[in-house]
Design a protein around this ligand. Structure first.
Ligand SMILES: Cc1cc2nc3c(=O)[nH]c(=O)nc-3n(C[C@H](O)[C@H](O)[C@H](O)COP(=O)(O)O)c2cc1C
Ligand code: SF4
Ligand code: SF4
Length: 274
């Protein structure tokens, strides 16, 4: 049996979840590959099973994940897939799974399993709470997420089928939910890169530009500048060694917990634009 695992991650949660699946699968499956989604990849290698794991951003999946799924070449034979979404709160995954399912069905995929896994919130520049938890709280949430994922992976291997059902978040009315979803999808995410700024503590180390998964930061005169391909993944904010990155209009980060999954080591790009 051959299993292909694909992820997008800002701060490591979604990778942690797929790695956990990989560890359980490895107990009885001999070929497992795990890799980040890539802009140029339109044909996925034939596998017995493909697993996707993405974070939820304001009740949907990141634009880069939506685009990636839409650009995959339709499978000739029906392809079994599973979809896992990491979310800061279990009832706030919104339409993330629905979005994936709608696209994947058009690609001749049979979705055999879908679920949401709660992981620590990484949205440090969110204009309102909840903000990222403390290190101790985060470890507790991660351990529970990993435990749930181990059970999911065993279920998948033994052929149990399960589908996550969409629900409105408890604290949102139907109207407020759709308002947030569409505002973020069609207005927010495309413009929030404009709000990024640095405090005077920024020392020009360039780490933010080197680790951005979408290559959206340029360094000019030892200061970072953001561009429109930014996904709001929060990697730059949470990895900046001097905690210098914030957003205007309510996204200040002074005194807030920063979050990244402790085992996550993002790759550093070597070549940078001036
Ligand atoms: C811009 C942004 C929006 C988010 N929106 C939601 C949301 O609507 N619901 C939710 O439960 N979590 C939300 N989160 C939290 C993330 O989904 C969660 O922390 C996720 O596990 C991060 O995964 P990653 O480390 O793989 O990037 C949001 C995070 C960011 C950065
Ligand atoms: S990682 Fe932080 S300190 Fe380094 S250049 Fe970026 S904002 Fe400045
Ligand atoms: S600029 Fe920052 S928030 Fe935007 S995609 Fe890159 S690392 Fe993520």
């Amino acid at each position: 049996m051959k299993i292909e695992l694909k992820y997008f991650t800002g701060t490591g949660n979604s990778l942690k979840i797929l790695k956990t699946c990989g560890e359980i699968f490895a107990e009885s499956v001999n070929t497992i590959s795990i890799s980040e989604i890539s802009r140029n990849e339109t044909v996925l290698p034939g596998s017995d099973l493909i697993g996707f794991c993405f974070p939820v951003y304001a009740f949907g999946i990141p634009r880069i994940c939506n685009k990636y799924l839409r650009e995959i070449t339709r499978f000739k034979e029906q392809q079994k897939v599973f979809v896992l979404i990491t979310a800061g709160a279990l009832d706030e995954a919104g339409l993330a799974i629905t979005e994936c399912k709608r696209i994947l069905k058009k690609k001749n995929c049979e979705i055999i399993y879908s679920d949401v896994i709660q992981m620590p919130i990484n949205w440090t520049t969110s204009p309102k709470p909840p903000y990222p938890p403390s290190k101790e709280e985060a470890i507790e949430i991660i351990n529970q997420g990993v435990y749930k994922t181990q059970k999911i992976a065993r279920n998948i291997l033994s052929g149990v089928k399960k589908h996550h059902n969409f629900n409105y978040p408890k604290k949102y009315s139907e109207i407020k939910f759709y308002w947030n979803y569409y505002m973020f999808k069609y207005l927010g995410i495309q413009n929030m890169w404009r709000l990024f700024r640095v405090y005077s503590s920024c020392n020009g180390c360039q780490l933010c530009a080197k680790i951005c998964p979408t290559n959206s930061i340029r360094i000019n005169n030892k200061k970072p500048f953001w561009s429109k391909t930014c996904e709001q993944c929060m990697r730059c904010v949470n990895f900046c060694p001097t905690e210098s990155i914030y957003q205007m209009q309510g996204g200040n980060t002074i005194g807030k917990n920063k979050y990244r999954e402790p085992s996550f080591k993002p790759k550093e790009r070597k070549t940078l634009y001036k």
